[in-house]
Structures are given as C-alpha cells and as structure tokens.
Design a protein around this ligand. Structure first.
Ligand SMILES: *Cc1c(COP(=O)(O)O)cnc(C)c1O
Ligand SMILES: [Zn+2]
Length: 480
C-alpha cells in the first residue's frame, strides 16, 4: 500500500476538560456540558506530549504526504488524524468530501480597491455548502465509534440551528443511517429557503419555533438535560475539534508559514473562532508553525456580544448577552454565543504565546456591500464571508493592518445559500430593521428581451431573428 494511504497507528487518550471547574471526564460517554458545573468542554489528548517528540518538519512531511492520499478516511479533516480525534478507528470515519477547501487569492482589481492583499478560503465548497461539515464529520465519526462500542440500537441526534448546522447534521445522519436519526429545530422564517430545503431533502424531522436561534437553543438544551438525545450544537466539543481542520489547512496551504498573515472569522455562536485559535495553537505546540497568524473576529452591529466584551478596558470586561436585531449575516445572528468561555480561554492563551486576537464590529450596510463587492470580483462569498471583508475594511480604517499583510477571509458558506439577501438588496426590499439602504447603481436584474406574445405570433426563425435584433439593440453591438 502506498505510504500516503496507511492509516496512522498512533492512538491518543482523549478526555473532556471543563473550562468551568477544570474537571476531566473520559470520552466513553457523549458529554455535552460538564455534569457538575454545566461549563463547556474542550477535548484534550493526554498523550499530546508524545506527539511533541516528533519534529515539526517530520509532521509537515507527514501531512504533506497525506495530502495525496486515496484513503477516504484520511482525505478530509482526518488528514490531520493525530491532531483531530486519534481514538477513532479507520472504519469509524465518515467522509463525505468535507475539508480541503480552496483558498482563492483575490484579483488584482479587488486588492487595489481594498488596499490589502487578500484571499478567501471557500468553506462553502464543503458538501452541505458550509464549514459546519468539518465539525459534523468529526462528531458523526465519534458517534459511530460510540455506537459500535456500546451496541446502541437507537440514537436521536438533535440540534438548534441558524440553518447550516441543521443542513450538515441532517446530511451526515442521512449518510450514516441506522441507528442514528436526525431532528433539527429551526427559528421559523429565520433560515433561508435553501437552508430549509437541505434537512428536508436529507429526510430529517424539521421542527420550527417562533423566535430566533437563541430561543431554539434553550429548548434543545432543556431536552438534553432531561432526555436521552445526542446534541450536535457547537457546545459539543467534537464539533470544535473537527473545525480545527480549517486552521490546519490554512497553514498547510501557505507552506506552514504564518508570518505576515491575518485570519478573519465571523463570530456567531463562537465555535468556529474557538476552533481556528485552538488549531493554530496545536500547530505551534508541535513546531509545525513557528508564529501564530493574527486573528480577527468580526461581528455585526446587530449581534455583537463578543465585540462588546473585548471593546471594554482590560480588567474591567464583563460579558453580557445582547438581544439580536435582524442581520443579513443571519447564520451569525446570535446574542448569547455558547462558546464565549472558550473564546476567552483561548484568546488569553493565544496572546500569551505572542499571537494577536481582536474583534471588529461592522454595519449591516457594509456586510452586504462587501459580499456584493467580493462576488463581483469572482468570489462566491456568503453574507458571513462579506462580513469578513467588511471586517478587513474596518481593521484597515482603524490602522490595525500592517502594510502588505495578507488577509485570509473565511467564506463560511456558499453564496447561493444566501442569495435571498442579494435579491433584497437589488430589489430594495429590506425592512427598516436591517438599516440597509441599497445603492441603485449596484442593482442587477434580468431583462426580458422579447415577449411571449411575439413567441406566439412569429414563426420560429422570425422569433429568433427578432430576439437577436433586440439583443443587438440592448447591447449596442457593431457589425463585424
Ligand atoms: C454557523 C455559521 C457561522 C457562525 O459560526 P459560529 O461557529 O457559530 O461562530 C458563520 N457563517 C456561517 C455560514 C455559518 O453557518
Ligand atoms: Zn465543570
């Protein structure tokens, strides 16, 4: 067998570590939060010190070699198996094509407009079209491992969602099948039509609740406290673990050299930014990278509790949930992010090791117009990707960017999932609660070149000729 296809022999000793009371628990049970204090967990490998005995260069060579693997178990996020969940067997691993998403450098024209070298990492090119697949691939692989170990015959997976978590959860549950089933809880009318179609198409049970994501989250947590269900929200530490692969891939793409780079991530429930920081910290500890990239979290004015926290003076910071207002960055429209304690914990660690972590706040107007700007230059950013570009522009205005520093922006989902917001902008149909005034010059709409009555009246050839003539007039074409 080719070396790149060989499943690793290393096995770690993973345990849950509570950020509230520091208690540790074995992983033979699915813990969602700490049974003692309800705090959030991170997963740690007690044998990580063993991995440190291998040189950074040897790890880089291993991961680079595996980039060519044809073994499905190592093709996605588990290319970084030893840093991911090195307790799983080869047959536990679910691979649906997640991870290894492209980093697309922006065109010279866009970089001139923005004034900064920049690239998008297109996490919308994951199977369910958002980064959530990274975490679900890890969580479902772990669930398969548990099911095999305990011989469970029925596992109900459940999540609250702003749209993409449910799409990903339903997809992976549908693939794995028995004994897993999937239920998703959505805020009615607060996910896009495309996002709603995804769990429906995957055959999940879709339940709706009036309100916003935070309302659904409370219901799901109540269920988890009182009933036997496997919760798949990003409080679930296995999801955070899988999402660390984003950081590993960014580092690998830039040949493990993070000098002069700033990574921008939108913050909703704060799972992703937790994972990105955690991932880079792991690479640093192993000597795979030797400097940390700067991290910028980005939040909308309409859902900005993490920004508000970091905007206070060090030493006087107090965390407070906010009541969200409608946002085009709807997947990040969360007023009480469950991973906030993880962010605080990791940001301190990040800064202690020479890294920089900052949060910028952006307007709704800027978010949607940044998305339009990016996509008019060949990107496929969702509104949250637009939020990242808005964050970069804000960071520049505040003098936070170094000259020539490369900004790597997270396009967290595919543009198509959020096309309704683009349409609202073009049609000037935003309610006042969004605080968005469209610029008519940016509007784009299809134009009918010939009517149905002409189609009915004319012969086929005459219709083609007339339609072509109309196009010539609209475009002002010259004969050759
Ligand atoms: C979930 C999601 C976010 C927010 O990520 P968190 O981990 O909740 O901070 C941003 N963008 C998209 C497209 C998402 O689906
Ligand atoms: Zn605890």
């Amino acid at each position: 067998m080719h070396e790149a296809n060989v499943f690793p022999s290393y096995r770690g000793e993973m345990e849950y570590v509570c950020l509230g009371c520091q208690a540790r628990y074995p992983i033979d049970e699915l813990h969602y939060t700490c049974p003692q204090c309800k705090g959030v967990f991170l997963l740690e490998d007690a044998r990580f010190g063993e991995l440190e005995k291998t040189s950074g260069q040897a790890w880089r060579d291993t991961f680079d070699l595996r980039a060519a693997t044809k073994n499905p178990a190592l093709r996605g996020i588990f290319r970084f198996y030893e840093l991911m969940a090195p307790v799983l067997g080869e047959s536990d691993i679910v691979y649906l094509g997640e991870g290894n998403t492209p980093v697309t450098r922006s065109s010279a024209a866009l970089e001139r407009l923005v004034g900064q070298p920049m690239a998008f990492k297109n996490d919308g090119q994951n199977p369910s079209a958002s980064f959530k697949d990274r975490g679900m691939a890890c969580a479902f692989s772990y669930l398969r491992h548990l099911v095999a170990k305990h011989g469970w015959d029925n596992v109900l997976t459940i999540c609250a969602s702003t749209g993409d978590t449910s799409a990903a959860a339903a997809l992976y549950a549908a693939y794995v099948g028995e004994p897993l089933t999937s239920v998703v809880l959505l805020p009615k009318g607060k996910v896009t039509a495309q996002q709603l179609s995804q769990p429906l198409g995957s055959g999940a049970r879709v339940l709706e609740i009036p309100g916003v994501f935070d309302d659904c989250m409370k219901v799901v947590e109540y269920l988890a406290d009182h009933y036997r269900v496997a919760l798949l929200n990003s409080k679930n530490a296995w999801r955070i673990l899988g999402q660390e692969s984003y950081a590993f891939e960014v580092a690998q793409w830039y040949d493990w050299d993070m000098r002069g780079k700033a990574v921008f991530v939108p913050i909703g429930n704060a799972g992703n930014i937790t994972a990105v920081m955690g991932g880079f910290l792991k690479l640093l500890r192993l000597g795979v990278i030797d400097v940390l990239p700067r991290i910028f979290g980005v939040q909308s004015e309409h859902a900005d509790p993490v920004f508000r926290y970091y905007n206070q003076t060090v030493g006087e910071r107090r965390y407070e949930a906010v009541k969200v207002r409608p946002s085009v960055a709807q997947a990040a429209m969360i007023g009480n992010p469950v991973s906030f304690p993880r962010v605080a914990f990791l940001a301190d660690k990040y800064q202690a090791l020479g890294g920089s972590f900052q949060v910028v706040q952006v307007s709704e107007q800027r978010i949607i117009e940044s998305m339009l700007l990016a996509n008019r230059h060949g990107h496929i950013a969702c509104t949250q990707g637009g939020e990242c570009l808005a964050g970069l522009l804000k960071a520049r205005e505040q003098g936070l960017m170094d000259k020539g520093e490369l900004a790597v922006l997270d396009a967290t989902a595919h543009a198509l999932k959020f096309s309704g917001f683009q349409e609202m902008y073009y049609q000037n149909s935003f309610g006042p609660e969004y605080g968005i005034t469209p610029d008519e010059k940016l509007a784009n709409a299809p134009r009918l070149v010939i009517g149905q009555e002409d189609k009915d009246r004319l012969s086929e050839d005459a219709f083609t000729a007339q339609a072509a003539q109309n196009v010539v007039e609209i475009l002002g074409l010259n004969k050759r």
